[in-house]
Structure formats: C-alpha cells, structure tokens
Design a protein around this ligand. Structure first.
Ligand SMILES: Cc1cc2nc3c(=O)[nH]c(=O)nc-3n(C[C@H](O)[C@H](O)[C@H](O)COP(=O)(O)O)c2cc1C
Length: 342
C-alpha cells in the first residue's frame, strides 16, 4: 500500500519527507538558565531526526527572558543564542530532517523571578505571580521582540517558524475574552483581540519567506471563553495574512482540564478549520499509531500529523508506523542502521 502519511509534502520551497511533525515539547534542559542550547537538545532532536520524522518542531523558545515558561526554557532574546541554535539546525539537517522553532512569550504563565506581564492583570493560578497589564508601548516592544527573534531564526537557518498562540500563553491571552479585559484597541471585540497576533504576523511575514505556522487552542473549555467558531474567523484572517499552516490544539488558557479525552480527540478541530477556512492544518493530540495517522492524512482531515508523547516514548516511531502500514519501501534507512532496519 502506498502511504500518504509517508509521502513527501511541500510548503513554499520547503519539502518535508513525510507528513509527521514532532510536536514542540519543553524539555526544561537549559541547565545554566541562560536560554542556550545544550548537548541534551542535540541528542534529543537529533535522535528523532534519525528516526525519520519529517519536521522537528523545537520546543517553546522564549523571545524575552520574562516570557519563559520556566528558567530552563530555550531562549532567542539575544544574539548570544544564535550559535547554539545554528548548531542544532545543522545537526538536525545532517540527520536528514527539516527543523522549525516555536517562538513564544508566556505572559501570565511565565514562572520566572522577573516581573511578568499579560493583556490584563489576572492571575492564572495561585502558583503564579500577578501579571502587570501591558501598556500599548510595551505591546509594541513585544511585537518587535518577535521580529528580532525571527532575524535570529534566519541566521540560524531554521526551515519553519511556529508562533505559539495556544495553551494560554501571551498570544492566546490576547485572543480569549477570559484573559483579555482591555478597553483599548487590543481588547473588546474579536478583531481587537486578534490585533496583537495580527501585528506579529505582519512583522514576521514581511521578513520570513519560508513556512510560517501558528499553533492555536481552538477551545477554551469554558462557556464564556473562545471556541471553534471564533477560530474559524481568526483562521480566515491568518490565512489572508499569509500563514501557511494552523497547528490545532486546545486548552491551557484557564486552569481546567477537558473531561472528554480519547484517541485523536482534537483532530476534528483541525479538520473543520481546514475545510471552512481553506488552509493547511496540523492535527495533534493522542495520535499514537500508523492507522490513526494515515486515516487523518488519507481522509484529508489535516495536512500534518503532530506527534508529542509517542515520540518521547519511541524516537523510531516512524519506522514502526512504516512497518504497520506495510510501507517500508517509503522509509529511508539511515545508512548506519541498514543491518538493523532491513
Ligand atoms: C513534556 C511536554 C512538553 C510540552 N511542551 C509544549 C511546548 O513547548 N509547546 C507546545 O505548543 N506544546 C507543548 N506540549 C504539548 C504537546 O506539544 C502536544 O500538543 C500534547 O502533548 C498532545 O499531543 P500528544 O498526545 O501527541 O502528546 C508539551 C507536552 C509535553 C508532554
């Protein structure tokens, strides 16, 4: 059988050898708390690249120090970060995969000693500091910090950039009415709440010609929060602004857990956005085997399957999937492993 999951896929000038993307996952492994790439990251991402993942998405990487989820996060707020990121990019390329980076500002969900910021001064939980509400000038500075980060991404040689607009971090805090109570041009109606992200996209798109993804949370899991219909609207704006793919997750904005979790539980959001908005999507969340992943791609429900925890358990998941789908001829075997993989 010819697998569609394992067939190449091209966005702009970048070809991915298959439709499998490694989901961005914080590894909390910047032991010096300086934001710099460590040997852990080289081994961790390099192994998944060797395991034939088409696109490695590097974990949430902070565009400013007080935008870190933790002090052990990767950072891209300084030119000092470029050397380590370049090494990581070159290493993953050598192992045969494409590599993207998820740019993030954690806003009120930053667990750092510095003072933290948000659209409105509403705390996430008792475990976090009270954030200061951003002034319009400070918002402009953060937009610029995203732009500066993109210039560093270009220097490091990344293939893809993903803006982290999900899981309750700063961009998501602006988008949702639960966390954005502003009365200026950045708050109120949905078009105003989208303004921060739209400004970031405009700055980034003006510089970055390669694929640009945005990760969203398509459901806040709270009645008066943002839901899929809001993201169908936002999705259209993002499509028109030149976003290439929406990576569709859910939740994380407020401290509630979804109750109905099952294999592929978020896929229908990716499917709906793909169909209604007419944009490429990535489907993520409890996708763990080949039949499931092939079904998502084969039935046109998403353009990439995004794999998180399964790739933590098994860096050679793509090989197992190729065997499961009887499509080993579509898998490239690293020459060093020929005697074991054939
Ligand atoms: C250890 C860990 C760290 C994560 N860090 C991030 C992150 O940096 N950025 C992000 O968008 N999602 C993050 N997530 C969420 C995953 O990317 C993914 O969306 C989620 O685990 C569901 O997919 P899965 O069922 O395939 O694991 C993290 C998940 C885990 C388990």
């Amino acid at each position: 059988m010819k697998s569609q999951l394992l067939a190449p896929y091209t966005i702009k000038s970048v070809e991915f050898k298959n439709r499998v993307m490694m989901s961005p996952m914080c590894m909390y492994s910047v032991f010096e708390q300086d934001g710099k790439v460590t040997d852990f990251h080289l081994t961790h991402y390099g192994t998944r690249a060797l395991g034939q993942v088409g696109l490695i998405m590097v974990e949430s990487t902070a565009i400013l120090p007080n935008g870190r989820i933790s002090q052990e996060d990767l950072g891209i707020w300084s030119d000092d970060h470029i050397a380590g990121l370049t090494k990581l990019v070159d290493h993953v390329h050598e192992m045969g995969a494409k590599i993207g980076i998820q740019l993030n500002h954690a806003g009120r969900k930053a667990d750092v000693p510095d003072s933290i910021v948000a659209p409105s001064s509403i705390t996430y939980s008792e475990a976090y500091q009270q954030p200061e509400a951003l002034s319009e000038n400070e918002i402009t500075e953060i937009v610029k910090a995203f732009k500066d980060a993109v210039i560093r991404c270009q220097k490091a040689g990344f293939d893809v950039i993903e803006l982290h607009g999900a899981h309750g971090y700063l961009i998501n805090q602006f988008l949702s009415p639960l966390t954005n109570k502003r009365t200026d041009q950045y708050g109120g109606p949905i078009g105003n709440r989208y303004r921060f992200l739209s400004q970031i996209i405009a700055e980034v798109r003006a510089l970055w010609e390669k694929p640009l993804f945005v990760r969203i949370s398509a459901e806040d899991y709270q009645a008066d929060g943002a839901h899929l219909e809001d993201y169908l609207m936002i999705g259209k704006w993002m499509r028109d602004a030149g976003i290439d793919l929406i990576d569709v997750s859910t939740g994380g904005l407020v401290n509630v857990q979804p109750t109905n979790i099952f294999p592929g539980y978020q896929v229908h959001y990716a499917e709906e956005i793909r169909k209604v908005v007419g944009i490429a999507t990535g489907a993520v969340g409890l996708i763990t085997n080949g039949a499931q992943a092939e079904e998502v791609i084969g039935n046109g429900r998403a353009d990439l399957v995004v794999i998180g925890r399964e790739l933590l358990r098994n860096p050679f998941w793509v090989r197992e999937v190729a065997i499961e789908l009887n499509a080993k001829d579509q898998l490239k075997t690293p020459v060093q492993y020929l005697r074991g993989w054939r």
